[in-house]
Write a protein that binds this ligand. Sequence first.
Ligand code: 13P
Length: 268
Amino acid sequence: MSTTLNQSSSQPRQHWVIGNWKMNPNRATAQTLAQTLASRLVETPLHTCKTAIAPMSIHLITIHEILMKVHTSPISLVAQDIAAARQTGAFTGDISADLIRETGAEWIIIGHSERRTIHHEDENLIGLKLNAALDAGLGVIWCVGETLSEREAGQATQVVSAQINAHIDILTKIDPRKLIIAYEPVWAIGTGRTASPEDAQQMHAAIRQLLTEIRAPLIQTSLLYGGSVKSDNAHSLAKCPDIDGALVGGASLDADSFLQIAKAFDIA
Ligand code: 13P
C-alpha cells in the first residue's frame, strides 16, 4: 500500500495509474503492449503505485490470459463499459457486468465524458451501471468533470459536486475499496491541454471534502486526475497532496510513457 497520508486519517491512500486504451489499438498491438508492460513491471516492480489497463472489451480475455502468465500480475484489468441490464437476454450489443467479470476484469470505468457525450449517458443510466457493477463485484472507476464553458462560467466545482451528489445512495453503502474517482475535465481530454496542478489539486480537495461529508470512510478514496497526462507533466501532478494517481488515455498506448507516469506516482 502507499502513500499519501491524509490529514484526517492515519491510513495511506492507494496510488493508481490506469491506462484507458479507449478504441485502440488492434489485437496484435494490444497483446504486445500488455506483454511489454507486464514483463517490464516484473523486471522493475513499482513499490507503492498500482497499475491497471482498460483494453477494448473484445480483447479482455486475451489480455487477461497474457497478464495471468505472470505469476503475480502487476497489472489489474479494467473494462471500459458495461450494460445496465443485469441478466443475459435480448440486449443486442450489450455486455453485462457479470459477463465482464467472467473475462477477468476487476474494475469498470463508468461515467466517462465520452460515454456521457457520444452515447448520451445521463445520471440515471450511470446510476444503473454503478449498481450493476457493484452487485457483480466489480470495482468502479467513476469519472466526473466539467466542460470548458462550465469552467469558464465558474461552475466547475458545482458541476462536479452535482455529478457526485446524484449518486449519494450508492456512496452511502459502497465499500470504499471498490471505488476510485477520476476527475477528468472534459476540455483537457485528448486536447494536450492539461489542468494546472493548482486547479487539479483544488478540485481534488473539493471532491475529497464532499466525499468525507457524505461518509467519513470515503476520505480514503483514491482520486485520480485524467486529461492529457504525459510523462512530462506527471511529476508536477503527483506532488499535489490530493492527487492519488492518473487515468491516462493517449500516453498509455506507449509502454515507456505509461511506465514513466506510473513511476511519477510511485511515491514511497
Ligand atoms: P487523454 O490522456 O488522451 O487526454 O485521455 C484522458 C482520458 O479520457 C482517460 O480516461
